[in-house]
Design a binder for this molecule. Structure first.
Ligand code: SF4
Length: 181
């Protein structure tokens, strides 16, 4: 039987949610028996394949136009889209920018910080244009499953993946996996 394929990417995010995914530790061997990873920050392939993947996983918030493009491409090319982490679910820590406004946050970060001399706000087209408001992935594309948390709990992600691979949907992740302390 052909293996299921998984693509992952991060948007406006730290690496924490992907690191939490890797925290399945030795179960990665079990996972790799059932799935093939295509594009991901781990394999360093940049885009999900045109022929599509079974599961797409996105971490991070939607903070700029590039994030929207990446989210839309993942949505178009995966059967099931999972948003992992608080940033992907509702903007998370990245959305704290909304309290002061994008331009003020960029100015403070790149020009006004006490350790900065001759600062410059980055404006390369490759970075995309910052949005006025940071939002979650579900605000720009349909998401099939949200796994909140900062980072998303490893066991909740493992549960979701194993349920999906067993063909059991919809996924209802047990509440016990969402204990934050
Ligand atoms: S939810 Fe937390 S760990 Fe995950 S990308 Fe956002 S800041 Fe990083």
């Amino acid at each position: 039987m052909a293996k299921a394929t998984v693509a992952t990417d991060w948007l406006a995010a730290c690496a924490g949610c992907h690191m939490a995914l890797l925290d399945i530790d030795e179960r990665i061997v079990q996972l790799l028996e059932a799935v093939e990873f295509s594009s991901s920050p781990i394999t360093d392939l940049k885009h999900p394949p045109e022929e599509g993947v079974t599961v797409g996983i996105l971490s991070g918030a939607i903070s700029n136009t590039h994030n929207i493009e990446v989210a839309k491409m993942m949505r178009e090319r995966c059967q099931i889209l999972i948003a992992i982490g608080d940033c992907a679910t509702f903007g998370g820590v990245v959305a704290s920018r909304n309290m002061v406004g994008t331009q003020a946050a960029l100015k403070r970060a790149y020009i006004e910080t006490e350790s900065t001399v001759d600062g410059l706000i980055p404006d390369s087209p490759e970075l995309g244009t910052p949005l006025d408001r940071v939002v979650g992935v579900g605000d720009v594309v349909d998401v099939d499953l949200f796994i909140p948390g900062c980072p998303a709990p490893t066991e909740a992600m493992w549960y979701a993946l194993t349920e999906l691979l067993a063909g059991r949907t919809p996924i209802v992740i047990p509440q016990e996996y969402f204990v934050y302390d």
